[in-house]
Design a protein around this ligand. Structure first.
Ligand SMILES: [Zn+2]
Length: 448
């Protein structure tokens, strides 16, 4: 089984920190040089012979191996090659009409900052060029190149202190280590892929279930058979996503004729994607840890294909595909859940979003913003109710949410509990706002 340990690391001295920064900065510089050589060839610029793969990476490796060490220089170049191969794969999918999973034209791999504004401090280290020791004082040691070794009068093995405990301290093999500086909280971080034996797998004595309703305004609404309900709100995130998208459009409209992108535009795309990925990653982790603690062993997710034809408006579809990247989110959630021994099953959830839990009616209910109401007297949070109905459909047992739903808001680092308690009536009523948001709740998208 493949797993990943993610942890923060701390240099032991100022010299150590400077050395680490130099190493990460040189890695970013090498990445940029390789990428530049490839991008110029991709764009058919004058003076650059051949295609992307004709760039002379051997010469660059030679120039950087003194600082980085030969193995790290090779890994950085290899990682850039992987990024280009990924880009070509996406581009093929985008142009393949039978494939609808890629809706935006992909961008070629970007640069890791630049010398003037600062580079993104990031490197990658071969599995044989680092060691990790777990224990009371966990530590990471990485090999550095001879030039750095001389510059700092160093042993050539940089030792870093690891904070926190790994999810997978015992493993058979370790993979390539990613090491980077996280500017959002000024911390060096590493992720270490490992292969663990099947016996190591945590097997919680769990048989509880959970069901998720995935949406664009409320990213995840969840009900568990233990009676818990969680709601992760996406409006603020989407608002910022849209602002960045508008800024990209504004910059694009100012491009010289014949130009389709610029470094600034590419940077905004990357920023937009990074922010979303960060929020997704954190959401998966937060949710899965809660479910694990509740003793959940199976999570049901509604399949998007069923939703498309029914109550989702075109705008909402676009919103969920482009902004929240539903498929990617599902895969990420499945990966995180697997670490905890929880299985994720994608099931049809047609109709559950408008079914009244009290009388079972699907055609008499109305949804306004986040509230589902029924002439029988029922009124509740629409997405939470949908996850509840969905859960009931896939479990034999009756589901009775007992606790007050817990709401989470994204603050750029964490999903934290919102001070706002659940009040179904609390909502915006300006219909134009509803429309611009592509809100699921608009009346006309209700009926099938
Ligand atoms: Zn009813």
């Amino acid at each position: 089984m493949k797993r990943t340990n993610t942890f923060a690391v701390r240099p032991l001295s100022e010299t150590g920190e400077q050395l680490l920064r130099d190493l990460l900065d040189a890695s970013a510089a090498l990445w940029n040089e390789v990428n530049y050589q490839r991008l110029m060839r991709y764009n058919d610029e004058d003076g650059f012979e051949g295609d992307v793969w004709d760039a002379d990476t051997g010469r660059l490796e030679g120039r950087y191996k003194g600082v980085l060490g030969a193995s790290t220089a090779q890994q950085v170049i290899r990682k850039n090659s992987e990024a280009w191969r990924g880009f070509f794969r996406l581009k093929d999918q985008y142009h393949d009409e039978s494939n609808t999973s890629v809706t935006e034209h992909p961008e070629p791999p970007g640069f890791r900052g630049n010398e003037d504004d600062g580079r993104q401090l990031k490197t990658v280290i071969r599995n044989t060029s680092y060691t990790v020791e777990w224990g009371d004082r966990s530590r990471l040691e990485i090999l550095v190149g001879s030039e750095l070794k001389d510059r700092y009068d160093h042993t050539g093995r940089l030792r870093l202190e690891i904070t926190g405990n790994p999810s997978w301290p015992e493993y058979e093999k370790q993979g390539r280590l990613d090491l980077w500086y996280d500017e959002t909280d000024s911390t060096f971080r590493a992720s270490q892929p490992v292969t663990v034996s099947d016996e190591t797998r945590d097997a919680p004595l769990a048989d509880e279930k959970a069901a998720l309703d995935i949406g664009a305004n409320n990213l995840v609404a969840c009900t568990t058979t233990t009676g818990e309900q969680y709601l992760y709100e996406g409006r603020e995130l989407f608002h910022r996503f849209r602002e960045t998208t508008r800024e990209i459009a504004r910059l694009q409209s100012k491009l010289r004729e014949g130009r389709y992108s610029s470094e600034r535009i590419r940077r905004l795309y990357r920023k937009r994607t990074r922010r979303r990925d960060h929020a997704q990653e954190a959401l998966c982790r937060d949710l899965v840890e809660r479910l694990y603690a509740e003793g959940v062993d199976t999570v049901y997710i509604g399949g998007l294909t069923d939703i498309l034809g029914t109550h989702w408006s075109v705008e909402t579809n676009a919103k969920t595909h482009n902004f929240w990247a539903f498929k990617q989110f599902t895969e990420r959630l499945a990966c995180t859940a697997e670490e905890y021994g929880i299985s994720v099953e994608v099931r049809s959830e047609a109709w559950t979003s408008q079914e009244c839990p009290q009388c079972g009616s699907t055609d008499r209910t109305t949804r306004n913003q986040d509230t589902l109401t029924c002439p029988c007297g029922f009124e509740g949070h629409a997405d939470l109710t949908a996850s509840e109905t969905f859960l009931r459909r896939h479990t034999e047992q009756a589901v009775r949410p007992m606790a007050r739903p817990v709401r989470f808001e994204w603050d750029d680092h964490d999903w934290s509990e919102s001070p706002r308690s659940h009040r179904p009536k609390e909502q915006r009523t300006d219909p134009s706002t509803v429309h611009r948001d592509g809100n699921v709740a608009s009346g006309e998208s209700q009926t099938v």
